[in-house]
Design a protein around this ligand. Sequence first.
Ligand code: PLP
Length: 456
Amino acid sequence: MKTIIEPFKIKAVEPIRFTTRAERERILDEAGHNVFLVHADDVLIDLLTDSGVAAMSAEQWAGIMRGDESYAGSKSFYRFEEAVRNVTGMERVIPTHQGRAAEKILFTVLGGEGKAFAANTFFDTTRANIEFAGSEAVDLLTDTGRKPEVRADFKGDVDLDALDRFIDERGAENVPFVMLTVTNNSGGGQPVSMKNIRETRELCDRRGVSLFLDACRFAENAYFIKTREPGYADKSLLEIAREMFSHADGATMSAKKDALVNIGGFLALRSEELATRCRNLLIVTEGFPTYGGLAGRDLEAIAQGLEEVLDERYLAYRVRSVEYLGEKLVAAGVPIIEPPGGHAIYIDAKRFAPHIPVEEFPGQAVVAALYLEGGVRGVEIGGVMFGKNDAGGNYVPPPMELVRLAIPRRVYTQSHIDYVVEVVLETFAKREALRGYEIVEEAPMLRHFTARFRRK
Ligand SMILES: *Cc1c(COP(=O)(O)O)cnc(C)c1O
């Protein structure tokens, strides 16, 4: 088989700024050793997130010019609506400015005191919106999905027995819907199998509960089904995506992921009654139903992106470029979550720097070291983000200390990724010299964004 190449050529370029190690030492010091506080201009390769950082195609940029900015009934809305219907098979399409705005509307309408929602794993904004509405969010991932060192094809699957018990305990009348996050972002970008989606649907039907997809990475999930699940190799990615959505009553989506745009989202529904309630709220919080917090040009770019993302060559390149980074790291002995997911590599910082105790944030140490070594920005997903203090003031670490290297869509080439490999390996070679951190300043909530650190 020949090399899987970037299935595009480059029409516009954006220079990246090189810094010296001495400059990066100073920059990191000034940022309190928190890479969220480093200016993007001072980052060479930015792997902080894959959200809203995609490169748009020439056709998407052309759509930006064609965007119809009419307040009501914009032509761009109808193109967007058609594109979402084509993939999801859902008739009611509600545009929102981001994924979380769709979540906010949905959980305000269906949540409330006494309600409980279950998922394979809720993404953090989804969980926050459920809890903000006074409801409970429960993650029911399979055992396999929770083991970073176990290689399995569908580590995003929900545990069906646990789901059945959950509905028993809460009572079906208190569970408005079950959600499947495809792919499972918080669980390492691992896919959910069609079998699991179908069986979740059957269980929901038996129990009289609805099923929703958090569809942010539906195309990457469809590609994993095509390449890993028996019976799907000869189906097109559009057919697979449609089959995934066919099992759901509705979906929320952040277009900043698999719609290949920089801003946008939507809520897609089958029920007209539910759509009416959601639109009533949309008008108060986002905008009129034919633009919903976006400009007409954004709707054009999303419509075009939803077509492009299901191109088989694009997804082969996308998944391969993440896997390629993972393979190089594993070959050199760097501990990562295996197998790599669809949008990121997760380094296991506990095994990378075993001499740093969890109280001193090994993930934070690795993130800072990658920046110093080569200007590469990743993100800590460990004690800084999720660590808590119990009632007695004792530190309670989360189960895993990870460093996520998220890959923006269509932005970096293979030589950029080769450079990232070199930076990680150089840091790994010097890992014994890494030192832990203590927090010197933190906010009461979501401290990882603004905390400042001191090296131990
Ligand atoms: C990004 C994301 C969201 C939230 O979308 P925003 O556009 O960032 O508001 C929800 N769920 C998942 C799985 C995500 O990755």
